[in-house]
Design a protein around this ligand. Structure first.
Ligand code: GLV
Ligand code: MN
Ligand code: MN
Length: 416
């Protein structure tokens, strides 16, 4: 290679704008939850971009997509590869950059390396991971790669809309048996790097263009269900009720205090709530809400789980209810690779960009991939620190800077 190459900023912008139109909803948001019709449309669009660029696309059993140059000799293609990617699913009414930026910037990097025939010592793969946002399970695709899922585990997954994962998956034409066989041999991966929007306010406050991510939070989650008794809303005196929603509400208002009692970084969110039988004139018999809790230390994630469970039982007793606390396995926090952090910081400096080190409060597939191979993440600023909402935005200059730092990092990792 004679000099440093750069990404094509106009092409990356056009791609981000085009993908942002798939699943767009009134009000400026994007609803492209995994395995929805919009997700299928986005996958087809991505496949067409790869074909247009003359790249090879392979899809594994859980729907992760892997892109490579078409002309790699067999011996070269068999070497441990550098992976870069993110996700193209979104939360309901989410934004245009979360996941899309890292997925499309990685595609742009592979496209540029292929166009320029950059000589590399090992292959590079652009990757799109399935269901990062957890319509069915948070980080589903990368979890399948690192630990696999049994058929029973997949059968137990339900979506935000109450549908069963296996029904939606099979109806959409996917093969359940193949999904259970999805795993990757760690020896296949040399290193991974993901570009992402920060989704918080730090870089913007500092006036820095690049974030070198040091660590990613651990995530716990599940659901809490209070069981009471359905009764007539007009005739049942307040003293004779077992109102499940009153119990759920009493616990939900305690969550901020529980988080504070564990650490000043701990967060707990109840983002979905449902009540049955769901009549305006019926005392709620059951009330279920989702839980998402996070901290940078695994011991504190476990402490959050214990504190929420204890509080749920105390509330149930206070209101004469029964409660089930159903917590799934947590995803551990991780430290990102220090050598890759140095490569990212050097790449930013070489392009004259200001960079700072910071941890990620959002979950990312990179925390699973860090169990396979040395892993790094690059952040770019989020306007007003907003994300998971229609207002989510990143300046186009920041998009281009981040993608160029990604390209330099990939070349450093794959070049020697
Ligand atoms: C992913 O966006 C998450 O942190 O929930
Ligand atoms: Mn994301
Ligand atoms: Mn997200």
């Amino acid at each position: 290679m004679t000099g440093k190459i750069s990404i094509n900023g106009a092409r990356l912008r056009a791609d981000l704008e085009a993908l942002g139109r798939i699943g767009a909803v009134p009000g400026g948001g994007v609803s492209r939850t995994s395995f929805s019709a919009a997700d299928a449309q986005a996958r087809a669009w991505y496949r067409a971009r790869c074909a247009e660029a003359g790249l090879r696309l392979e899809v594994d059993g859980i729907g992760n997509m892997f892109v490579s140059a078409p002309d790699e000799p067999e011996e070269f293609a068999a070497r441990p590869a550098v992976w870069s990617g993110s996700h193209i699913d979104t939360v309901p009414n989410g934004g245009r950059f979360d996941g899309a930026l890292g997925a499309l910037a990685a595609l742009e990097c592979v496209r540029r390396l292929h166009e320029e025939k950059v000589p590399l010592a090992r292959p590079v793969r652009a990757v799109v991971y399935s269901d990062e946002e957890g319509n069915y399970a948070h980080l589903l695709g990368s979890s399948a790669l690192v630990r696999g899922f049994t058929r029973a585990e997949l059968e137990a997954l339900t979506g935000r809309d109450g549908d069963r994962f296996v029904d939606t998956f099979v109806t959409a034409g996917w093969d359940l048996e193949r999904a259970t066989r999805t795993r990757v041999d760690p020896g296949r991966v040399h290193a991974t790097v993901e570009l992402h929007i920060e989704q918080g306010p730090q870089l913007e406050r500092l006036g820095h263009q690049i974030g070198v991510v040091t660590a990613i939070v651990g995530l716990g989650g599940g659901s809490v269900t209070f069981h009471g008794r359905a009764d007539h809303a007009g005739t049942t005196p307040m003293t004779m009720r077992s109102d499940a929603l009153v119990g759920a509400s009493a616990l939900i208002v305690q969550l901020p205090e529980i988080a504070r009692s564990v650490s000043d970084r701990a967060v707990i969110t109840a983002g979905i709530i449902s009540v049955a039988p769901g009549g305006a004139n019926v005392v709620p018999e059951t009330a279920t809400f989702s839980l998402d809790f996070r901290d940078l230390e695994q011991a504190r994630v476990e402490e959050l789980a214990r504190a929420i469970t204890a509080a749920a039982h105390e509330v149930a007793q206070r209101y004469g209810l029964r409660v089930d606390v159903d917590l799934g396995p947590s995803i551990p926090p991780c430290q990102l690779d220090s050598r890759i952090q140095r490569i990212i910081a050097d790449a930013a400096a070489a392009r004259g960009l200001l960079a700072s080190h910071l941890p990620s409060g959002a979950g990312h597939d990179s925390q699973n991939l860090a169990r396979l191979a040395p892993t790094g993440m690059i952040f770019v600023p989020s306007v007003d620190g907003r994300s998971h909402c229609p207002e989510e935005s990143t300046a186009w200059d920041d998009v281009e800077n981040g993608a160029n730092v990604l390209l330099d990092t990939i070349v450093a990792l794959a070049g020697s």
